[in-house]
Design a protein around this ligand. Structure first.
Ligand code: UGA
Length: 427
């Protein structure tokens, strides 16, 4: 249930592992496009081919609701969104709708896997609802996902681990779901539901902490004249620390880290447990784009134009949710700056968010035309290969602010640019 980033990737990959899967979503245009093979609603490396192959093999189908398929299914997987509401609390509407539909339509015993990221204790509450409202024996299992957007297919088929939280000793068909991965040597961690839910939040918050930490060190490195690349490398060589998630940047974004750190704080509050460290991760990240805007304002006047290259929250996705680039653009626009923006994949979604606050360009050099500062906000390959001479000819002033440490510094300096890079003192 749910064909967003998690549902569509998981459904398709379960088909790839040999299961018969029907992906269900209420959005008719989405389901029609998927069924006819004309439109994959998200950009995710390798996904389109996998969908086509598994449709052709007859293992993957799409439907508008579960009524026609639930009683031929052994397992229902819930992978709908759990956004935060205006008060910063988890919105359970989609989850509750799924549970209600299962109660109405299930006429046989089932396992219901909750893949959506849900606050700790949710699976137990859902179990209670099924026990009270359904005449069938429905077993709720927590099976959090650890898929990075952009790498989701690979993360699914070659995961570091699979976590299964179940209260049943005999999990039956649940064990079959990941049999193929387990045969390939993937570690399957069996635990109880609460623990599985907590593993998800703890993992995301820990990774978010690494990013927030290196960003704070980047600020210090910037003012002390350090080299943040070497600092990350030097830290990461210690195997206890590791290299991953130590790239300084404009702050973490996306639909997971910002939301999950906040949800973990809420869980602590609800249970009277203080989590000052988790609170600091969230705070540190929220301050980040404001500091970046402050630095930008030192480089350009409001009458000058700025180009922003990259709008998605990271490369490899068309997702702009909680994107630092979008936050920076919004803040600069609110302060009166005129912005020209480019992104290889994120423009359609950005238009819905930024509307006419900025001007959009398909060609990155056109976006830079006449601007006095170019801000590189996402680590797309297109920006790694930026032609400094060409950019110089398009821009009014030669100023570039690299928030991802991707441009070729030397060539920009040679082309007469004033270069600012996150984590380095500017010349
Ligand atoms: C994250 C987790 O990595 C997944 O394991 C998890 O399943 C997923 O959330 C989820 O809960 O659904 P994702 O949000 O796709 O995946 O993105 P990440 O690759 O983790 O990056 C998150 C943010 O941190 C991005 O804005 C990225 O640019 C930033 N980041 C990451 C850095 O600034 N530096 C780094 O070194 C790494």
């Amino acid at each position: 249930m749910g064909t967003g980033y998690v549902g569509l990737v998981s459904g398709t990959c379960f088909a790839e592992l040999g299961h018969d899967v029907v992906c269900v979503d209420k959005d008719k245009a989405k389901i029609d496009g998927l069924k006819l093979g004309t439109k994959v609603p998200i950009f995710e490396k390798g996904l389109e081919d996998l969908i086509k192959n598994n449709q052709a093999r007859g293992r993957l189908d799409f439907a508008l609701d579960i009524s026609g398929v639930i009683n031929e299914s052994d397992i229902v997987i819930v992978a709908v969104g759990t956004p935060l509401d205006a008060k910063g609390r988890t919105n359970f509407d989609y989850i509750n709708q799924c549970v209600s539909e299962i109660v109405v339509h299930a006429k046989r015993d089932l396992h219901v896997i909750i893949k959506s990221t849900v606050p700790v204790g949710t699976c137990d509450s859902i179990q209670k609802r099924f026990d009270q409202e359904s005449s069938c024996a429905i077993n709720v299992v927590s099976n959090p996902e650890f898929l990075r957007e952009g790498e989701a297919v690979q993360d699914f088929l070659l995961p570091d681990r699979v976590v299964i939280g179940s209260e049943l000793e005999n999990r039956g068909v649940i064990d079959e779901l990941y049999r193929e991965l387990s045969n390939r040597g993937v570690e399957i961690l069996y635990t109880n539901r609460v623990t599985a839910e907590l593993i998800k939040y703890a993992s995301n918050s820990f990774l978010a902490a690494k990013v927030a930490f290196i960003n704070e060190i980047a600020d210090l490195s910037e003012s002390l004249g350090g080299d943040i690349g070497d600092i990350s490398r030097g830290m990461g060589l210690d195997k206890r620390i590791g290299h991953k998630f130590l790239n300084a940047g404009p702050g973490f974004g996306g639909s997971c880290f910002p939301k999950d750190t906040k949800a973990l704080i809420n869980t602590g509050n609800d249970h009277g447990v203080e989590l000052p460290l988790v609170g600091a991760i969230s705070l540190s990240n929220e301050m980040r784009h404001k500091q970046i805007v402050k630095r930008i304002k030192k480089m350009v006047r409001v009458s000058e134009e700025i180009s922003v290259l990259g709008l998605t929250y990271k490369a490899g996705t068309d997702d702009i949710r909680c994107s630092p680039a979008i936050n920076i653009a919004r803040e600069l626009s609110a302060q009166g700056f005129k912005l020209r923006v480019h992104d290889p994949k994120g423009i359609a979604k950005a238009k819905k968010e930024l509307r006419n606050m900025v001007s959009y360009y398909d060609n990155l050099y056109d976006a830079a035309k006449g601007t006095s500062l170019c801000v590189v906000a996402t680590e797309w390959d297109d920006y790694k290969n930026l032609d400094s001479e060409k950019l110089a000819n398009y821009m009014k002033k030669r100023h570039i602010y690299d928030l991802r440490k991707v441009i070729n510094n030397e060539s920009f300096v040679k082309s007469g640019f004033k270069v600012m890079v996150v984590g380095y003192r500017s010349e």
